[in-house]
Design a protein around this ligand. Structure first.
Ligand code: CA
Ligand code: CA
Length: 273
């Protein structure tokens, strides 16, 4: 069972190259999260702030803060998951995707980040997307949008708030076999004139041990019929290990896609487009 503790804030910064993470433990210290409380957490909700400078305790001002509110640590109080853009040195708020963006969680509701991940690399800007339970520990993880192709789908990465071995509390991405952040497609490609939309989704199941994250794609093969391809990954820590690939035909009439498409991902409601 994962436990979230905020004894030390870890800040992950990019060291020159994309994908190169350097951990600077204790670089900053945030406030101590409050403990306890009997407030029933609401479902994940969107919060957005204007493009003004915010001090989230990161050591630099941020702007264009996009947030989701949910109970990340399971203590009964709502926490804030945010993607924020680093202000330019000149003081302006850069266009999304053109400057450093970071992922943070405020566990103590004091407006300061208690744990930080990134920097993120999203051509059009990153977005918080949903807070699904990916690893079946009863606590949410974080799904963010890292790309929005022209076909209308979204590229999704999954991040975990966890304490790596020998480290401090951090937000780190689930990695694929190549060591890169695992990235999934999600959404619907309207196929006007064809047989129907092409649908992408991501489902999670705890019916297996280790639990599975499965990316799936449904391609129309005729009126109300689809060919579904699935690629499942075992969740081992923050590694997604390829577990199976499968494909099958879904006839019409009672078409049932795997879950994790439409307006959910891994059982969690997604933000509005
Ligand atoms: Ca909480
Ligand atoms: Ca979880």
């Amino acid at each position: 069972m994962r436990r979230i503790q905020s004894g030390a804030l870890i800040v992950v910064v990019l060291a020159g190259t994309v994908g190169g993470f350097v951990f600077l433990s204790d670089a900053f210290r945030g406030g101590s999260p409050s403990v306890g409380g009997s407030v029933t957490p609401p479902p994940s909700t969107e919060i957005n702030t204007p493009s003004v400078a915010n001090d989230m305790g990161l050591g630099f001002p941020v702007c264009d803060v996009r947030s989701l509110a949910t109970d990340m640590d399971g203590d009964g109080t709502t926490d804030t998951v945010s993607v924020a853009t680093k202000m330019s040195d000149a003081g302006g708020c850069p266009v999304r995707g053109t400057a450093t963006e970071v992922l943070s969680v405020d566990l103590s509701d004091d407006g300061k980040a208690d744990v930080v991940g990134g920097p993120l690399a999203c051509p059009g800007g990153c977005e918080p997307f949903a807070t699904p339970d990916v690893n079946d520990d009863g606590l949410p993880e974080i799904a963010i949008v890292v790309g929005q192709p022209d076909d209308g789908t979204k590229r999704i990465q999954l991040w975990d708030v966890t304490t790596p071995a020998g480290g401090s509390l951090a937000i780190i991405p689930f990695l694929d076999a190549t060591g890169d952040p695992a990235t999934f497609s999600w959404g619907t490609v309207e196929n006007w004139g064809g047989d129907g939309p092409e649908v992408f989704g991501v489902s999670c199941t705890s019916r297996t041990s280790p639990p599975l994250v499965t990316g799936w794609q449904a391609i129309p093969t005729g009126p109300d019929s689809w060919h579904v391809s699935e690629h499942g990954y075992h969740v081992v820590g923050t590694e997604l290990r390829s577990a199976f690939e499968d494909s099958y035909d879904v006839p019409g009439e009672e078409t049932v896609f795997p879950d994790g498409g439409d307006d959910t991902i891994c059982g969690a409601q997604v933000t509005s487009p």
